[in-house]
Design a binder for this molecule. Structure first.
Ligand SMILES: Nc1ncnc2c1ncn2[C@@H]1O[C@H](COP(=O)(O)OP(=O)(O)OP(=O)(O)O)[C@@H](O)[C@H]1O
Ligand SMILES: Cc1ncc(C[n+]2csc(CCO)c2C)c(N)n1
Length: 263
């Protein structure tokens, strides 16, 4: 079985030559404090419907000494996509005027705006077969539970795409059962709290290393044992399971290089 390596190097300050290639999707929730950093290094920047209001309203607040108009022009999304029932008229007009591509899919009331954005990225020419884009979604957690569940559901809808759901407090990603997983921990930025959650189906057999409470051919299921409030002990965590699992790890309040974006 192949090993899949995971690293949150996108939270580190670095130039284009290091770290992974990723697309950023901004959702309609408060922008996490590291949004400018993620924005700067993204290959593609999308707003899911009302996510555009957040960029327009909240990004200038990261730069209190600069003209909001200048900041809005510096941080223009490449694409705004969704059913367009949350984006404000003035915000839409602004970005259309300055060249953002707008894709109105109001006819589709069966998929979420995040899902619509992920479809766009998967079909983008930047998502080359030789080098797939990872997808980071900000504001995905810590809000309305139906939205959070919808956001988790996209991980299961696209298990072959590396999608990371982010909030100010933690990240979540899927560990497909098709691989063994090696998770590289940047302990200055993340941890120690973590979890392994068999949300889609129970797991009869999960084995880990590097955690305070490791699993050893252990069964996990809702209604029985699931691994919450676990702690990272080593720099590399390994996970092998007969089920797709959610991996979650806390993001530290201190240590993040939020000033990296300053011109
Ligand atoms: N409170 C929230 N918690 C988590 N994710 C959210 C929340 N609000 C929005 N999102 C995410 O941002 C995306 C865009 O949000 P937006 O408010 O434009 O969606 P919407 O489809 O208009 O929502 P609604 O269900 O209120 O009509 C959603 O698809 C969802 O992924
Ligand atoms: C069974 C079922 N439940 C809810 C919706 C509603 N819905 C799901 S995604 C979406 C778009 C949100 O931007 C909407 C309105 C549906 N279609 N089918």
């Amino acid at each position: 079985m192949d090993v899949m390596i995971h690293s949150s190097s996108f939270l580190l300050p670095c130039d284009e030559t290091c770290g992974t290639r990723y697309a950023l999707v901004v959702l309609n929730q408060n922008l996490p404090r590291f949004t400018p950093l993620l924005w700067e290094h993204a290959k593609l920047r999308l707003c899911a419907d009302g996510g555009a209001n957040r960029i327009y309203d909240e990004l200038p607040l990261f730069f209190p000494h600069e003209d909001p108009f200048v900041i809005r022009n510096r941080y223009k999304p490449d694409v705004i996509k969704g059913d367009m029932d949350s984006i404000r008229r003035d915000v839409l007009d602004f970005y259309v005027y300055w060249g953002t591509k707008v894709i109105d899919e109001s006819h589709d009331q069966d998929t979420t705006d995040l899902d619509k954005c992920i479809s766009y990225i998967r079909h983008s020419t930047l998502n080359q077969e030789s080098s797939r884009l990872q997808i980071l979604a900000t504001g995905a957690l810590g809000g309305r539970f139906d939205h959070e569940a919808g956001n988790l559901n996209v991980l299961y809808r696209y298990p072959d795409t590396r999608i990371v759901l982010l909030s100010d407090d933690c990240l979540i990603q899927l560990l497909p059962k098709t691989h063994r997983h090696e998770i590289h921990i940047h302990s200055s930025l993340q941890g120690p709290h973590c979890g392994l959650i068999p949300i889609g189906t129970p797991s009869a057999n999960t084995t880990t290393s590097g955690l305070k409470w490791d699993l050893s051919n252990t069964e996990m299921r809702f209604g029985g044992l699931i691994s919450t409030s676990n702690l990272v002990k080593e720099e590399i965590i390994t996970v092998e399971s007969d089920s797709d699992l959610l991996w979650t790890i806390s993001i530290k309040k201190t240590g993040l290089p939020v000033q990296d974006h300053k011109p």
